[in-house]
Design a protein around this ligand. Structure first.
Ligand code: NG1
Ligand code: ZN
Length: 550
């Protein structure tokens, strides 16, 4: 039961964060996300819910991040972070939706329902960490979260401007009593930079050219944070930062999502022939790399699939050198390029799993292995090490009988573990890991790219009157409704070579996403267009009929 004082505080405070009557939102793939003007009450209520979640987890600290990631500047959003720094557990996503959508006079009832259903002891202490991105709306909205936290008598700590993965990291550090690191931004920089420097020490012949990297900060929070990180790297990585927020608009024609979906470089960055560049997204939990080819000036993208391939190959080699028998797997979604899956399974002999879109699904699947490397094609991903795996690596490091090769591999493994933010995808941590691997392997970006050749692909969106009419199965690779849609897709796919296509309702936008890949770009474009037309026809398309890509 809510106590009387809590009851009154929530009643009064909620009047300052009123809900527009009738507005209904859903906790989607990545929390709530919509126009910033519709979110004040949601933020306040997520502060309340985080205080309940903290009590439910016996006073562990819960995180609340205010961001709409790669969405436009005028949007905002909020995600809840569980005690180990992972996304909030699915049952509470349901509560989040109920609490956010309760009408003003039903709010206390909705909270009471959660307290009863979860048997929460409201007399316990509670604690919530709050962070925000650079959106102009984020200041007021994160204040609304803090108001909600304090209305339920919980402690809060406001980290202000942080990347999403930094806040996840703080939550984990705090709840593990410093085992994972110190719960400060400074602690984050110091842990990652030390690991990076230790790793690159093993690649002593790096030239200045190899140390140079261009970063597109998407005009978001990743820009100031990667600058702070660089200051800790003692020149081991020299970053040219573009789209740092000084002039351009957040995610506008820049950032990882733009680069991945448009398959072209962002504006505001000079992509010099052969040089490595990368783009973060608006809250720096995604990263993609690219370069311009010397021979034809063509744009080459190295997406989440190429990153997962590089990292898993590196880890597999280290395991062999260290003589460690740990099972390693790569977790992908249906958006993974078919070539990457084939290369991983057939050439690298690595286990590959496919899950539904959304990092929580990948994260969960990756937990089933000693080492689980998970990446969405869009560049969101990380590596998870099981407790046993970490322990075996630690033990081996202490083994006096190890030969030099084993010792070196074990030290590299240990530093790799330290460099990775295991809570969630982290553009800064991923970037440092990729740079360290390229340095250690003496590999150029072209050589990395040449591991396998992507099948040409195309992603499109179709507006329909109700995207929930589309239901999928088999990790979203097949549409089971509306009737006839999958048959239509199958028929279209059959008329192309090496082709694959699927459709699914987006969890963050009011659209149906269409993906197609095929032997040539023209075929991929045509197939994506034809499948879009089938969606438009069979799933209640609205507005103009989808146009051909070119
Ligand atoms: P939706 O809108 O559900 O496709 C997008 C990404 C996801 C995930 C979320 C959260 C694609 C195709 N989809 O989800 O992978 O990153 O945003 O940010 O990239
Ligand atoms: Zn993001």
């Amino acid at each position: 039961m809510l106590k009387m004082a809590q009851f009154e505080a929530v009643s009064q405070q909620s009047l300052l964060h009123p809900k527009p009557a009738g507005l209904a939102l859903q906790y989607g793939t990545a929390g709530f996300r919509t126009h910033a003007g519709h979110l004040d009450h949601v933020m306040f209520r997520m502060g309340l819910l985080a205080a309940l979640r903290s009590r439910k987890t016996r006073g562990a600290t819960i995180g609340v991040m205010v961001t709409a990631s790669h969405n436009p500047e005028e949007d905002n959003g909020v995600k809840l972070i569980d005690p180990m720094g992972e996304m909030v557990t699915p049952a509470w996503e349901g509560y989040a939706t109920q609490v956010a959508n309760a009408e003003q006079d039903g709010l206390l009832g909705a909270l009471g329902h959660v307290v009863d259903a979860e048997d929460i002891d409201m007399s316990l202490d509670a604690s919530v960490f709050v962070g925000r991105d650079t959106r102009s709306s984020s200041v007021i909205l994160s204040q609304a979260v803090l108001d909600g936290v304090s209305a339920l008598g919980a402690q809060s700590k406001d980290y202000g401007l942080v990347t999403t993965p930094q806040l996840h990291y703080m939550v984990r550090c705090h709840n593990t009593q410093g085992d994972y690191g110190e719960a400060t931004v400074e602690g984050y920089y110091s842990k990652l930079s030390q690991a990076f420097i230790q790793l690159t020490r093993n690649a002593p012949n790096r030239t200045d050219d190899q140390k140079r990297l261009s970063v597109d900060g998407a005009n978001g929070v990743g820009a100031p944070k990667v600058r702070e990180m660089e200051a800790h790297l003692h020149g081991e990585l020299q970053i040219s930062l573009f789209n740092d927020g000084a002039a351009g608009r957040l995610n506008h024609q820049c950032g990882a999502d733009h680069v991945k979906v448009q398959q072209r470089p962002p504006t505001g960055i000079q992509v010099r022939v052969g040089e490595r560049c990368c783009s973060f997204d608006g809250d720096a939990d995604r990263i993609v790399y690219y370069y311009s080819g010397a021979e034809e000036g063509r744009f080459h993208l190295l997406d989440g699939d190429k990153i997962a391939t590089l990292i898993s190959t590196f880890l597999k080699e280290l395991l062999t050198q260290a003589g460690l028998d740990l099972d390693i797997a790569v977790v992908q979604t249906a958006y993974a390029n078919g070539s990457s899956t084939r290369y991983l399974e057939d050439t690298m002999k690595v286990t590959v799993r496919c899950t539904k879109t959304g990092v929580k699904h990948l994260h969960h699947e990756a937990q089933h292995f000693d080492i689980g490397v998970y990446f969405e094609a869009n560049g969101h991903g990380t590596v998870l090490f099981s407790k046993e795996a970490e322990q075996k690596i630690r033990q081996l490091a202490l083994d006096p009988n190890s030969n030099d090769e084993r010792k070196r591999a074990t030290v590299l493994l240990q530093n790799t573990v330290h460099l990775i933010n295991q809570t969630v995808g982290d553009a800064i941590s991923d970037m440092l890991l990729i740079e360290a691997i390229l340095a250690l392997k003496g590999m150029t970006v072209q050589q990395w790219d040449a591991m396998y050749t992507d099948l040409p692909n195309r992603q499109l969106k179709v507006k329909v009157s109700d995207r929930r009419l589309i239901d999928t199965a088999d990790a979203e690779r097949r549409a089971v409704s509306p009737p006839g849609l999958q048959d239509a897709i199958d028929g279209l796919v059959r008329s192309y070579t090496q082709a694959r296509s699927f459709v699914r309702p987006s969890g963050t936008e009011d659209v149906v996403r269409v993906y197609a890949e095929a032997e040539t770009q023209e075929s991929a474009d045509d197939l994506a267009h034809e499948v879009s037309l089938a969606v438009y026809r069979l799933a209640g398309g609205v507005g103009d009929q989808p146009k051909p890509v070119h």
